[in-house]
Write a protein that binds this ligand. Structure first.
Ligand code: AMP
Ligand code: MG
Length: 362
């Protein structure tokens, strides 16, 4: 299959007639059962008609994704929710008023219109209304309901620029819309409203704290917090080891000085045994390291930059021949939970406490 690549602006100040025409054509492709990758404010999505079971099958095939891993349905009008959800609880209305359009996905009881192919066989459906103007326009040209997982091949980091989508999806889908770099860089927060109290199934930009301000008590699925949990995560996709870089990734916890000292000592030992090493750090600490490749993921002064660049840096490491990657931990800030959830998964939960090792040495 030939994949057509088209470009648009971010659409903030509206669209040119040419862009409008491109998005209309992309919508036609989805209506006809085809697949189009497009930018959202979180990551790039791979869109198909959510109400067409064949489209959902095609999405799984294009990604190489297990078909028990349900898709998120994207809408652009609040009124459209009633068509795909059998009951809209009061909590959903409150969350929609506070956070839609935006990076929040709600799990709700599904209506008959949504095929089981889209929900991975579940009686619930995950719904989100994105804020990115390109996504919103595309959804409305597509008939209103776009099933869209992240536009990466299964097992790779989610795409934050169109180049990543091209790498993974060229020849497998009908069209890729390049709308530039995404804003957030981590997938949406998922909250399950079919249980009481509501449960966070995937942490994201909309934090538990923000949800509690609107809903009162909200819990977090315990299975996603612990590496050794025997519980199965309630979002089926969270059970898959999302992404493992080619080199072994280890997260090092501790103060800046302890972490740098521990990593540099380890790097020296690795070099002595012929290993190539990499480090993931921030602008503030970059000069502390002596590894073969030192990558700066962002700034600790602006943790949004860490979220935005994390997947990009992980993809870059795959292209260098690095055997061991050491990463600092980024858990302190408002987005710490979401960032560390993704980083821990990439590391297969391998973490080291530099402070403990430090005490033993001194
Ligand atoms: P992605 O589309 O790549 O962002 O992944 C979608 C995530 O949403 C996966 O982790 C799914 O398991 C989760 N998800 C989608 N639908 C449901 C649902 N009905 N119940 C629980 N989790 C869901
Ligand atoms: Mg994904």
């Amino acid at each position: 299959m030939e994949t057509e690549l088209v470009r648009t602006g971010q659409g903030e100040g509206g669209f040119t007639p040419k862009e409008e025409e491109t998005l209309r054509r992309a919508g036609e492709i989805i209506r006809a059962g085809g697949l189009v990758a497009f930018p959202t404010e979180t990551v790039y999505g791979l869109g198909g008609d959510a109400l067409n079971r064949e489209s959902s099958r095609k999405i799984y095939a294009a990604k190489g994704r297990p078909s028990d891993n349900p898709l998120i349905v994207h809408i652009s009008n609040l009124g459209d929710l009633e068509h795909i959800v059998s009951h809209v609880p009061e909590e959903a209305v409150k969350l929609a008023q506070s956070f839609w359009p935006g990076p929040l996905t709600m799990v709700l009881p599904k209506a008959a219109a949504v095929p089981y192919e889209t929900t991975g066989g579940l009686d619930t459906v995950a719904v989100r209304m994105p804020s990115h103007p390109v996504a919103r326009r595309l959804i409305s040209y597509s008939g209103g309901y776009v099933a869209a997982p992240s536009a990466n091949a299964s097992g790779r980091p989610s795409p934050t620029i169109a180049t990543h989508v091209i790498e993974d999806m060229s020849g497998r889908i009908d069209m890729i819309i390049d709308g530039g770099e995404v804003g957030i860089g981590l997938e949406s927060t998922i909250v399950d409203l079919t249980v009481s109290p509501p449960q966070i199934l995937r942490p994201g930009y909309i934090t538990g704290e923000l949800l509690r301000q609107v809903l009162g008590p909200v819990e977090t699925d315990r299975a996603i917090l612990q590496a050794d949990s025997t519980q199965v995560p309630r979002a089926p996709g969270m059970k898959y080891r999302h992404y493992a870089p080619r080199g072994e990734l280890v997260i090092v916890e501790g103060t800046g000085q302890q972490v740098a000292a521990w990593i540099n000592r380890q790097v020296a030992a690795d070099h002595a045994s012929g290993c190539r090493t990499g480090v993931i750090t921030t602008g503030e600490r970059r000069r502390l390291y002596q590894a073969d490749v030192v990558k700066c993921v962002g700034s600790r002064q602006e943790e949004e930059s860490i979220a935005r660049n994390l997947y990009l840096v992980l993809r870059e490491f795959d292209q260098e021949k690095i055997d061991r990657i050491y990463s600092e931990s980024f858990g302190e800030g408002r987005l710490g939970g979401a960032i560390m959830n993704r980083l821990l998964k990439a590391a297969g939960h391998r973490t080291i406490e530099a402070s403990k090792e430090w005490e033993q040495d001194t």
